[in-house]
Design a protein around this ligand. Structure first.
Ligand SMILES: [Zn+2]
Length: 322
């Protein structure tokens, strides 16, 4: 049996890690292990946390570095997968640019691969998740606080010249509007249809129109307490306003997906992240708008489905990089 790969998913507030058998896609032993990190941590502290997470994962499974085939890491950052060089991660303050792969290889004499987290999750879903056994070309999007995308073409991650391709969340849909995106541009799909954008829209509409909604009750009148989970819950309880918010978000995502399928002609669209939990009302609005607003003549044959691997997709995708 081939040696397992240690997969490591670096987030803004935590490091998830686990050992993955690449042949089966199974997580070994205790599954995914979580180690908290702190926003105040600087580059060296987070790097030390990464090294500690690797050590803990190995010892918890009764292994040492020689028992594994390598370390795969995914990061919430633009990264050059050829060199493992991170470009100023937006959610890891104080990091700057860092040659992560080389730093790790100074410590461990082992193969190390690094890629962007949405790319890794796309790979995991395509090998072992929603698109398992069927798709060579997959458009994957994670819709939660932001929108990240990973594009699999002929079984491989689309990287582009510098490894920086696949930033589908920052395709502007309304570049002359008012919604400023975290990236500095105006009207990116992330600024219009992420979970954050959805919550913002709900709060603004309630504040402006004073609409009657279960959401106001659920938040005990404090509109700033409304979050994505609450909107989902109110929509399930048939609150008309919350349902309208979910459909609006689905239509915006669908319009964007219409462009994405025309561009990439994938076999399947997989949607992960917290917003995928909004379920069928969101997916229905996405599918209908995608089909109605695309030049792709066979868009109705492209399944738009929820991701299956949940929070393990980062660790599994990271391992799949090797
Ligand atoms: Zn943007």
């Amino acid at each position: 049996m081939a040696k397992p790969i240690l997969g490591l998913d670096l987030g803004g507030t935590k490091i998830a890690s686990g050992l993955v058998d690449l042949a089966s896609g199974n997580l070994l032993g205790e599954g995914v292990r979580i180690r908290k990190t702190f926003e105040s941590e600087k580059n060296q502290d987070v790097f030390d946390s990464i090294v500690a997470a690797i050590g803990e994962t190995l010892s918890a499974n009764g292994m040492d570095i020689s028992s594994i085939g390598g370390v795969g890491m995914c990061v919430p950052s633009p990264v050059d997968p050829k060199t493992g060089f991170l470009y100023n991660p937006p959610n890891l303050r104080g990091w700057g640019n860092i040659p992560l792969r080389d730093r790790l290889r100074e410590i461990y004499d082992i193969e190390v691969a690094v890629d962007n987290d949405a790319n890794a999750a796309a790979m995991a879903e395509s090998r072992w998740g929603a698109a398992r056994g069927l798709s060579r070309s997959v458009f994957y999007a994670t819709v939660s606080t932001g929108i990240g995308t990973g594009i699999i073409i002929n079984g491989a991650i689309l990287h582009g010249k510098n490894g920086l391709a696949g930033e589908g969340g920052h395709v502007p849909l309304d570049g002359f509007g008012h919604e400023r995106c975290g990236c500095g541009n105006i009207g990116c799909i992330e600024a219009l249809a992420s979970g954050t954008a959805m919550v913002k829209l709900a709060r603004e509409m309630l504040r402006k129109n004073g609409t009657h909604s279960l959401l106001v009750e659920m938040a005990q009148g404090r509109l700033e307490d409304i979050d994505m989970v609450m909107i989902g819950e109110a929509a399930r309880r048939r609150d008309a306003f919350a349902q309208e918010i979910v459909v609006t978000q689905g239509m915006r995502l669908g319009l964007w997906l219409g462009g994405m399928v025309a561009l990439f002609d994938p076999e399947m669209v997989v949607i992960g992240g917290g917003c995928a939990n909004l379920g069928e009302p969101l997916f229905q609005a996405m599918r209908q708008t995608m089909i109605a607003r695309t030049i792709h003549p066979k868009a109705q044959e492209i399944p738009v489905v929820p991701a299956q691997l949940g929070t393990a997709s980062g660790v599994m995708g990271a391992a799949s990089l090797l």
